[in-house]
Design a protein around this ligand. Structure first.
Ligand code: BG6
Length: 462
């Protein structure tokens, strides 16, 4: 039996484009997620998603019944500024005000992500994150929502997983980006984040804000020294480059060497150094699904071999490291490795490095659930996954990590980034298929009741 601290923040998470639907309603503009070219047309897109835009009151009532203390959701930038900048869309602004009020009515704290993969298409047309002016548009958007909601919403997350956005750019942004441009985008994203830290602290009384990367600790495939070097580089490029920038205000040395070796040079605006060195987060929000294992590629591997698991795209980078299937880990039905022990190690490594409170804002199992005739979803596999990961959270806390909350993915079923609605993550089932939106009736899964008991008792049974 693991007991959690009294004020532990049990939560649940979603993003706007994967749940809301209503992609053109009430003045909303298009985002890169609405326009993204898809290789697979057999899966649902985001136009209707699970219609959370119209069901938010029902969804929040169910989540309140489950007992959550925090709800992590994102604002669709294009509901506030349909073109990314310019005229405010009042209906969009009102929508999230209503969402926040609804949460507060049940005593649920909002944890709001400013941007979750859905950059306004109008900004993308002008070069997206490659263009410095996107930083200015982002800052103005952030200031607008801080001012509109900061009296009620005190906890903010910046830009969801900039590391995954850049490492698997084709899948998330819909196009490949050359290396030089990719890391100029990195700089702009991270500077935008610095501005968000600054303006949140200036505009919101007691406002707290944190970065929200996807962290997967990188293991070396063997004890060969060069595999360990490969893991060092990939850890830096995938994980620490982002958090070192946020939390220490610098480009770390291994990452710099990586950029130099690839002839990448970043251009700084005059104000950047000051921003980097003076504005910091209050906590780190971390999304964790798995760990990654790499080895040093051999000559024979060249640039195109050795792709081995679900994270292959972000591993096959320019000869420094190559993905390796970790023989000690099991996989889920979508081929993602499962590593609960790795979660504890990741939490300890993160805390050791940054000494900041941590909240887990994503962790969960994507699975093909089945709705039975009598309206039940027996998702014992999800309960088992969550149980194992939450156990490791408890163990990390015992080991001295300041873990303040756990907000898994996802609160309700949503459309997966790459794999449609059949890959379900939620505690609440939404009845629709890839191509038939049906009535979208909500059903509580077995995991809903399991999580409800956990939150109520604050104890994880062994
Ligand atoms: C995270 C994203 O990286 O992974 C989520 O922040 C996403 O938006 C989640 O849904 C799971 O990935 P997928 O591809 O199964 O949706």
């Amino acid at each position: 039996m693991t007991t959690f601290p009294k004020n532990f923040l049990w939560g649940a998470s979603i993003s706007a484009h994967q749940t809301e639907g209503a992609y053109k309603s009430d003045g909303k503009g298009l985002s890169v997620q609405d326009t993204r070219q898809r290789d697979n047309h057999d899966i649902a897109d985001f136009t209707v998603a699970v219609d959370h835009y119209h069901h938010f009151k029902e969804d929040i009532r169910l989540l309140a019944e489950m007992g959550i203390k925090v709800f992590r959701f994102s604002i669709a930038w294009t509901r506030i500024f349909p073109e990314g900048r310019g005229e405010i869309n009042d209906l969009g602004l009102q929508h999230y005000s209503d969402v926040i009020d609804e949460l507060l009515k049940y005593g649920i704290q909002p944890y709001i992500t400013l941007n979750h993969f859905d950059l306004p298409q109008a900004l993308e047309d002008e070069g997206g994150w490659s263009n410095r002016s996107t930083v200015d548009a982002f800052v103005h958007y952030a200031e607008t929502v801080f001012e509109a909601y900061g009296d009620r919403a005190k906890h903010w997350l910046t830009i969801n997983e900039p590391n995954i956005m850049l490492l698997v750019d084709k899948k998330i942004l819909g196009k490949d980006i050359p290396l030089q441009e990719k890391y100029q985008q990195f700089h702009h994203l991270m500077i935008a984040e610095k501005y968000a830290f600054k303006r949140c602290h200036e505009l919101i009384e007691d406002g707290k804000i944190g970065p929200v990367p996807n962290i997967s600790l990188v293991y070396p495939a063997t004890s060969k020294p060069m595999d360990n070097q490969a893991a060092l580089y990939f850890n830096s490029v995938r994980n620490w480059a982002y958090l070192d920038f946020s939390c220490f205000g610098r480009y770390n040395a291994v990452f710099k060497d990586y950029l130099n070796r690839n002839d990448v040079s970043i251009s700084f605006a005059p104000e950047d150094q000051e921003l980097m060195e003076n504005h910091f987060p209050d906590f780190v929000a971390m999304n964790f699904y798995t760990t990654v294992t790499v080895e040093k590629p051999t000559e024979r591997d060249g640039m195109a071999n050795g792709i081995s698991d679900q994270q292959s795209e972000d591993i096959m980078e320019w000869g420094f490291y190559k993905g390796f299937t970790n023989p000690y880990l099991k996989k889920n039905e979508f081929n993602w490795t499962i590593d609960p022990d790795g979660l504890k190690t990741t939490l300890q490594t993160l805390y050791d490095r940054y000494h900041l409170p941590i909240i887990i804002t994503e962790n969960g199992l994507g699975a093909k659930d089945e709705l039975t005739e009598d309206g039940k979803i027996h998702d014992a596999y999800r309960i088992n996954y969550l149980q194992q990961h939450i156990e490791q959270c408890g163990s990390a806390i015992e080991a001295g990590v300041e873990l303040i909350g756990y907000s898994p993915w996802s609160a309700i079923d949503l459309v997966s980034v790459h794999e449609g609605i059949s890959k379900r993550y939620g505690f609440i089932y939404v009845d629709r298929t890839e191509h038939d939106a049906k009535e979208m009736t909500r059903y509580k899964k077995d995991s809903f009741y399991w999580y409800q008991t956990l939150i109520e008792t604050n104890q994880l049974p062994s």
